[in-house]
Design a protein around this ligand. Structure first.
Ligand SMILES: [Zn+2]
Length: 244
């Protein structure tokens, strides 16, 4: 079985990580959509770093939920598997199912990794933001440039290397299943990848309590929260007779 899974903020939200949308996402009355931008960082790097450090703390204290675990189970069973996540947290990587975890090469973090700190100028990146700090801001040990969180901000390009990994997976073969979970699919590439994945006769399953721009393309709609729907859905997928 060949499976593509795409996850968004809805999956992390059930582990207590606020999404950018709605009032829960607000931080000190600031709109995250305005903080997660190159301009905000240019104007007030300290403020943006404070927000990211708080988010990192919150993620460290959060635990993967049954949706994360069900995805590990699915990956363990599927012959070929790729997870593309818009989430910058590490909950997919930390999730376990019967001693299994998701191998790094099976996860694409298309919006980056919040635990990476990288230089704004050179290529240097690190998992230890306090390598070198001046005035409360991390500085590059190589070029002294201002270090920033390793995430993709609004208005920035997706990382080419990560796009290539998704493209390679899609080019290799068609998928039996594409599962799109907890994302509003407002970015065109989500719909594009999901449709390409099921090109021949695969199933496109959407798990989301609300209708999204992907819904009209889905072959199955599950209007439930991911942590409720996923464990059952994964069992149903395994119960299906293999396609000839
Ligand atoms: Zn540098």
């Amino acid at each position: 079985m060949r499976v593509l899974v795409i996850t968004g903020a809805g999956v992390s939200a059930e582990s207590g990580i606020p999404t950018f949308r709605g009032k829960d996402g607000y931080w000190r009355n600031l709109d995250p959509a305005k903080l997660a931008t190159p301009t905000a960082f240019q104007n007030d790097p300290k403020l943006v770093w404070e927000w990211y450090r708080e988010r990192r703390e919150r993620i460290r204290k959060s635990e993967p939920n049954p949706a994360h675990q069900a995805i590990v189970k699915l990956a363990a069973y599927a012959r070929e598997f790729l997870l593309v996540t818009q989430n910058v947290d590490d909950l997919h990587a930390r999730a376990e199912w019967e001693g299994n975890t998701l191998a790094r090469e099976k996860i694409v973090q298309i919006h980056g990794d919040i635990f990476i700190t990288r230089c704004s100028y050179c290529d240097l990146s690190s998992r230890n933001e306090r390598d070198k700090e001046v005035g409360g801001l991390p500085r590059c040990p190589e070029c002294d440039g201002l270090m920033r969180p390793g995430v993709v901000w609004f208005g920035e390009q997706l990382p080419l290397g990560e796009i290539q990994r998704v493209e390679n997976f899609l080019d290799e073969n068609a998928c039996d299943f594409a599962l799109v979970i907890g994302t509003t699919a407002t970015f065109g590439y989500i719909i594009d990848w999901a449709l390409r994945a099921i090109a021949s006769n695969g199933e496109l399953v959407e798990v989301n309590p609300e209708e999204t721009s992907l819904s009209r393309f889905a072959t199955h709609l599950i209007r439930e929260r991911a942590a409720v729907a996923l464990p059952r859905l994964v069992d149903q997928i395994f119960a299906q007779p293999p396609k000839l």
